[in-house]
Design a protein around this ligand. Structure first.
Ligand SMILES: *[C@@H]1O[C@H](CO)[C@@H](O)[C@H](O)[C@H]1NC(C)=O
Ligand SMILES: *[C@@H]1O[C@H](CO)[C@@H](O)[C@H](O)[C@H]1NC(C)=O
Ligand SMILES: *[C@@H]1O[C@H](CO)[C@@H](O)[C@H](O)[C@H]1NC(C)=O
Ligand SMILES: *[C@@H]1O[C@H](CO)[C@@H](O)[C@H](O)[C@H]1NC(C)=O
Ligand SMILES: *[C@@H]1O[C@H](CO)[C@@H](O)[C@H](O)[C@H]1NC(C)=O
Ligand SMILES: *[C@@H]1O[C@H](CO)[C@@H](O)[C@H](O)[C@H]1NC(C)=O
Ligand SMILES: CC(=O)N[C@H]1CO[C@H](CO)[C@@H](O)[C@@H]1O
Length: 806
């Protein structure tokens, strides 16, 4: 349906010339209503289709058309979206004027009072956004995790829960914008582009995320090794120190899968180089070979900015191939990042991806890293706009030299409406809005796409090197669809208790944005951590989807082995994580195929229960493991709300009644409280210090029966690294009840692992006998007080179906 609109009355020209005519295009597409409002006489920049990766095979259980209705009124224009089943209006612009001007577009919908809105990021804030007042600017910004401001990424997407039903609203638009929740409305104010809205019906939160990620792109399929523990820091002076850290982890018997190095390794902070003295290439190569021989991995940082230097191939080849962002006069735009004066890749030029790929593959042939970490890609630059095209020499860092003049006289064509970018001027600490890209695009239009486009190019470069291998890219500035290419961390947080708490909403919101492999810097990035904070952070961080300890140069060391208490807590928590890896990997597979979150927000998982609408102190890891971390200092217990149903202590299998709050002991030398949800079967595997050593290790099944004495579970496995597993994968299902356990499904990947034991929790009567393949089996015990059946000394292959009866 196309609705033609003409300007209602005389123009108000609030922030520029009003459009005379608009077109509203409404389409029903599988699981969304797609509403695009545009000026047909204007050639507004739209997010190019090839920056998204829609899942064309997506076939929703229920189409949007059968759940939602689009209604409108033409004079004055307004539209509203209704749920067919309940008649509830979920989006409603009636009575609030639509404004469409040259550099300003505003659309507002009514919301219920005290609406339950989640998302709209990237931000450090609560998971449930404050409906009284939330002002969220979208302008990619390098800022060290200030609270309730705009930071690195752009995600104008929210899920609303209303009377137990979820729906989602996304705006696809790369321009700077403000999203404002106030007085029972949500307002979008953008500096241009097209008002490209999608409405997702739910009514289950995960159906919303499924449909949203089908539209923007599914999360990439993770390499199994990326689920291990990661150690990094800024300030590892030389490769010997890095080796020392790896050795210390091994001596402390704390799992370490992947070692990282920050910009310290570079020669004068230049990408694709290594410092000849502190990080000589041949020594690095030997180090990496050794890591690989031990089943470990290595990841290095790169930044997008390339130093302007006639003797630096990344620069000279980029100049030759025209790969840098320009000034309006056609000269190369110059900013400042770690190496000094730099150019910035123009990802819109078709030459740039090839040039980037070549730099990476040349470097990789000398330093064969397993993945790349792309930082500073808002893009960050230390001047206000251009540093001056012809400025020479090596500039100081502005914060070290108060006399250094950041401001070079230049014009900034500022829009009449100021979005609430917390740096004020849009060109502060980034590339000037008037810098130009290929095809005459300006930074003003495409600023928010820079990090996303770097992720696409970087992943492609890794695939050019090894097309058969899954890639690992960790990125800072993201946009809708970034999760198709990369993982994310929540940036430069501080070593403070409040940031331990904020890590949870940060990670939960990225589950909604289709970036499930996400974590926060464990023990905190900026400032000095403390023993107790680091211990609690290692306990929770061991269950982050992406688990990495990282901190800043100059702060005290905070590797997990630095304090005996933290080392012990880390061993316990990481061993538990590793034992759960087959289960966690399965959750990542579901995320890849249907967007299903790996960390499940309690407000979403229990969306019928209003008491969980604001719970962001606990998380469900997958469907079955409730994590209840300590988030405060000097605590030795956690008050944890349990959703309805039966729950069991993960460590001693004791039953915990759901639907109430329990005070759980959590001494510093104990385990982080974890509970298994009744109704679920969780496979665990004997852990090791590196994942590769676990491959054939025995499994144990934790069978947690619900009130009806039933439980189910599933597991996916494959080789964990191939881009195309060619059908060599297994997908199996567990079903358990009072009569036994069945394990069946598709077996097409050989693990060589056995099932060794089974624990059935909540079995109310003692079995008369246990049989396997009809033969009576003797190694079992039953504890009537704990309602626990334990079967041991099994040797059942995990690579074929089996049935245990009792
Ligand atoms: C919200 O209400 C307050 C108080 O009535 C008013 O000052 C403010 O302008 C309103 N904001 C919006 C966006 O309408
Ligand atoms: C790509 O690079 C070549 C030189 O290698 C240059 O001739 C050509 O103009 C560049 N293309 C674009 C689109 O900038
Ligand atoms: C930079 O130097 C070149 C060559 O001297 C000159 O043509 C150009 O105008 C200068 N650009 C600026 C912005 O000063
Ligand atoms: C935008 O910000 C600039 C500089 O801070 C200021 O001069 C201008 O008045 C602001 N415009 C509006 C509409 O608030
Ligand atoms: C932005 O910064 C530039 C350079 O400092 C200055 O000339 C300009 O007035 C600023 N614009 C606004 C709107 O603050
Ligand atoms: C961190 O601790 C070190 C060593 O005690 C000290 O030199 C440094 O100033 C501290 N940093 C902060 C931000 O407190
Ligand atoms: C709220 C808060 O403490 N934010 C801090 C995050 O870390 C940066 C860098 O240390 C600080 O500048 C912020 O104040």
């Amino acid at each position: 349906m196309v609705i033609g609109l003409t300007l209602d009355g005389p123009p108000c020209n609030r922030y520029g010339q009003d459009s005379e005519n608009l077109e509203v295009q409404v389409t029903m597409e599988r699981a969304r209503i797609h509403v695009k409002i545009l000026d047909p006489n204007e050639n507004a920049f739209e997010v190019p289709e090839d920056l998204l990766a829609p899942d064309h095979s997506f076939n929703p259980k229920v189409s949007a058309e059968s759940l939602l209705e689009f209604h409108y009124e033409s004079e004055p224009f307004s539209f509203w979206i209704r749920r067919k089943d309940t008649g509830e209006t979920i989006f409603d612009t009636t009575g609030i004027p639509l404004i469409y001007e040259k550099e300003y577009r505003e659309l507002t919908s009514r919301l219920p009072h005290d609406a339950n809105i989640y998302g709209i990021g990237e931000v450090v804030s609560n998971f449930r956004r404050n409906p009284e007042y939330t002002l969220q600017p979208m302008w990619a910004r390098d800022a060290a995790d200030p609270i309730n401001q705009n930071i690195y990424g752009t995600h104008p997407f929210y899920i609303e829960l209303r009377d137990g039903k979820a729906h989602g609203v996304s705006l696809l638009n790369s321009f700077g914008m403000d999203v404002l929740l106030e007085n029972a409305t949500v307002a979008y104010k953008t500096l241009g582009g097209v008002l490209d809205f999608s409405f997702f019906a739910g009514p289950n939160s995960y159906d919303v995320i499924d449909a949203y990620t089908a539209t923007i792109g599914r999360p990439f399929q993770v390499p199994y090794w990326s689920l291990g523990f990661n150690q990094c820091r800024y300030g590892y002076h030389d490769i010997q120190i890095v080796e020392g850290v790896v050795n210390s982890y091994a001596e402390a018997k704390i799992p370490l899968e992947t070692m990282w190095t920050d910009i310290d390794y570079m020669d004068q902070y230049r990408d694709f180089t290594t410092d000849p003295v502190r990080y000589p290439t041949d020594v690095m190569r030997t180090f990496i070979d050794k890591l690989h021989s031990e089943g470990k991995h290595y990841v290095l940082i790169i930044d997008p900015a390339i130093e302007r230097d006639e003797n630096y191939p990344a620069w000279t080849e980029g100049v030759e191939q025209n790969t840098f962002i320009k000034n309006p006069d056609g000269s190369i735009y110059i900013g400042q990042v770690w190496p000094g004066y730099t150019g910035f890749p123009d990802w819109f030029n078709p030459n740039t991806t090839k040039w980037w790929s070549k730099q990476i593959s040349t470097f990789h042939s000398k330093v064969p890293v397993d993945g790349l970490w792309i930082d500073m890609n808002e893009p960050s630059s230390f001047c206000v706009g251009s540093c001056g095209t012809n400025r020479t020499g090596t500039p100081p860092y502005p914060w070290l030299d108060p006399d250094y003049d950041l401001n070079v006289p230049q014009t900034f064509p500022n829009p009449a409406y100021n979005i609430s970018n917390f740096y004020g001027n849009l060109s502060v600490h980034t590339v000037s809005t008037e810098a130009t890209h290929y095809n005459g695009l300006t930074e003003f239009q495409v600023h928010n796409l820079f990090g996303h486009m770097e992720a696409i190019a970087t992943r492609k470069a890794l695939l050019d090197i090894a097309p058969e291998k899954r890639t690992f890219v960790l990125g800072r500035s993201t946009f809708p669809s970034s999760g198709h290419h990369e993982a994310h961390w929540t940036g430069d947080n501080a070593s403070k208790w409040e940031y331990l708490r904020y890590s949870i909403p940060g990670i939960l919101s990225f589950q909604m944005f289709g970036v499930p492999l996400v974590g926060s810097d464990i023990c905190g990035f900026n400032g000095n951590t403390t023993e107790e904070l680091c211990l609690r952070w290692m306990q929770l961080g061991s269950f982050y989807p992406f688990s990495r300890n990282h901190n800043v140069k100059g702060a005290i060391s905070q590797e997990a082995y630095r304090w005996p208490s933290v080392a012990e807590a880390s061993r316990k928590a990481l061993n538990t994580r590793y034992s759960l890896l087959p289960y966690i990997y399965t959750q990542f597979q579901y995320a890849h195929t249907s967007g299903l979150p790996v960390w499940r927000p309690l407000p979403f998982e229990f969306q019928d229960d209003p008491s969980f609408l604001s719970n962001e102190e606990e998380i469900l890891l997958g469907p079955a493991i409730l994590v209840s971390p300590v988030l405060t200092e000097n605590a030795d217990a956690v008050e944890a709300a349990f959703p309805k149903g039966v729950w069991y202590n993960f460590y001693n299998y004791e039953k915990v009644e759901g639907g109430k709050t329990h005070l759980l002991p959590a001494p510093l030398d104990g385990d982080i409280p974890l509970h298994i949800r009744g109704g679920h079967v969780v496979p665990i595997q004997k852990p090791e210090l590196v994942i590769a050593d676990m491959a054939h290790n025995p499994f144990k099944l934790l069978v947690a029966l619900d009130e009806r004495e039933e439980a189910t579970g599933s597991m996916y496995f494959d080789d964990g690294e191939s881009t195309d597993v060619r059908g060599y994968f297994s997908e199996v299902r567990y079903t358990a009840d009072t009569r036994g356990i069945r394990y069946e499904g598709r077996f097409n990947y050989y693990t060589g692992a056995n099932l060794e034991s089974v624990v059935v929790m909540g079995l109310k009567r003692k079995p008369e006998r246990v049989t396997i393949y009809g033969i009576e089996y003797g190694s079992w015990t039953y504890d009537a007080a704990k309602e626990l059946l334990t079967i041991t000394e099994l040797e059942l292959s995990m690579d074929t179906r089996f049935e245990i009866k009792f």
